[in-house]
Design a protein around this ligand. Structure first.
Ligand code: NDP
Length: 448
């Protein structure tokens, strides 16, 4: 761990004391605090008004029971969460995650990251996150629907277009958003499109929202490489995961002339020397919803490695796009050894602190998730704009808006890294830019 100055260390110790057992939340807070020393030196008033302590404390945390019945009639009880972290810049905004590993510490880490990510987009959205310890794997459509309906029966009290606007995340895609929105509409008797994003195209959704996080990460990578006089075309890439973010990262990389040779799920890795066959991957993951192993059954010149390590595959660019802490110091060393020049986080906090240090020391360009994967939430905000104006934009126009936003995020983050003496350090640049935007708004709003 990097040492913190005395004031920041005291804040960190207090955060760990007040939030025991929430390792991921502690890690996310520590990563931001490690960037903030030079800010406090320049802006002592932020210390006096306890700005960091205030930002580390969620405005509101909601935990609720989600009972539901499976197809055999058996009852189950899950736990639902919504952490409304910070609304200085706009209504809380952030996805819902359905995964058995979900507990308060995961939702708080994601919500905390979301505050700064949303600030980086320059759009009027605060930060929040939610979810449940529900495992959608192996559940029927009807079971998923009943779970989503029960979840919304409680959550509806706390969300709204001007209050809190959820979206998808791991385990929550278009199908789940449909069931959630349907139940909200029924309970409230209102067609409030702006209450949730990631909607279907014929009922209030936005073109490009499905693709946005992956596309945005690749746009961000393109800007990072341009700073170093390089480009995406001709690069060999690996993309971990095979969900929403991974699929559209692979798609945009292929469109820009790169070759993606590997992707994964939590059971194993697919290696395909000729480049991942995207129509096949989409058919397997978006239509049939089967395991990635099936890819090698259908494409005989590819290879499936059960429990393989994707980071040991030689590549120029790596896009961790699955889950938190999926890339550790040893993995980072393997990537560096094999000649990787840039790592871009599609997922939230996929690289451990050790891994980030390894990349920084080896001068590998490292795109922090808060900046690099902000395209998803930015396009969610564009979906809200379209809902508010009863409009729908074309694919090309929306993609241009996304591209423009990602260029802007890159430029601001890069310039901040230069201003604070760490040129090209996107961790420092993203944390400071996001923090200052939120802190300045909170200063203006008084002690609330
Ligand atoms: P999905 O549920 O669509 O996909 C997640 C993918 O990651 C699945 O293929 C899953 O495989 C895989 N995975 C999970 N754990 C592991 C693991 N330990 N090793 C390898 N693969 C694993 O989620 P998303 O694509 O939406 O989200 C991925 C990440 O991106 C998350 O960190 C999320 O918070 C972040 N993110 C998502 C945004 C979005 O717009 N969707 C926006 C910004 C960030 P399996 O089926 O085996 O679980």
């Amino acid at each position: 761990m990097v040492g913190l100055d005395e004031r920041l260390e005291a804040v960190y110790v207090e955060v760990t004391r007040r939030n025991p057992g929430e390792a991921e939340f502690h890690q996310a807070v520590r990563e931001v605090l490690e960037s903030l020393s030079p800010v406090l030196a320049k802006r002592p008033e932020l210390v006096e008004c306890k700005m960091i302590e205030r930002i580390c404390e969620p405005e509101r945390q909601i935990i609720f029971r989600v009972p539901w019945q499976d197809d055999k009639g058996e009852l189950h009880v899950n736990r639902g969460f919504r952490v409304q972290f910070n609304s200085a810049l706009g209504p809380y905004k952030g996805g819902l995650r359905f995964h058995p590993s979900v507990y308060l510490g995961i939702i708080k880490f994601l919500g905390f990251e979301q505050i700064f990510k949303n600030a980086l987009t320059g759009l009027p959205i605060g930060g929040g996150k939610g979810g449940a310890d529900f495992d959608p794997k192996g559940k029927s459509d009807n079971e998923i629907m009943r779970f989503c309906q029960s979840f919304m029966l409680e959550l509806h009290r706390y969300v709204g277009e001007y209050q809190d606007v959820p979206a998808g995340d791991i385990g929550v895609g278009g199908r789940e958003i449909g069931y959630l929105f349907g139940m909200y509409k029924r309970i409230t008797s209102q067609y409030e499109s702006g209450v949730i994003t990631g909607k279907g195209l014929n009922w209030g959704g936005s073109l490009v929202r499905t693709e946005a996080t992956g596309y945005g990460a690749v746009f961000f990578a393109r800007e990072m490489l341009a700073v170093r006089g390089q480009e995406i075309e001709g690069k060999t890439c690996v993309v971990s995961g095979s969900g929403n973010v991974a699929i559209y990262t692979i798609q945009k990389l292929s469109q820009l002339g790169a070759r993606v040779v590997a992707c994964s799920d939590s059971d194993g890795v697919i290696y395909d020397e000729s480049g991942i066959d995207l129509p096949l991957l989409k058919q397997l993951k978006e239509v049939e919803r089967v395991r990635i192993e099936e890819y090698s059954e259908r494409k005989k010149d590819s290879r499936y490695v059960p429990h393989g390590n994707i980071w040991e595959i030689p590549c120029n660019l790596a896009f961790p796009s699955a889950t938190q802490n999926e890339l550790n110091g040893r993995d980072a060393a393997a990537l560096v050894k094999n000649g990787c020049v840039a790592v871009v986080e599609g997922a939230n906090m996929p690289a451990t602190p050790d891994a980030i240090r390894t990349f920084t020391e080896a001068n590998v360009a490292f795109g922090l998730g808060k900046a690099a994967n902000a395209g998803g939430v930015a396009t969610s905000a564009l979906e809200m704009q379209q809902n508010a104006s009863r409009d729908s934009w074309s694919f090309d126009y929306t993609e241009q808006r996304l591209d423009h936003i990602m260029r802007g995020i890159h430029r601001n983050v890069y310039e901040t890294s230069v201003e604070y003496g760490s040129p090209g350090n996107y961790v420092v640049g993203a944390n400071i830019t996001g923090f200052l935007r939120v802190a300045d708004a909170m200063l203006a709003l008084g002690v609330i």
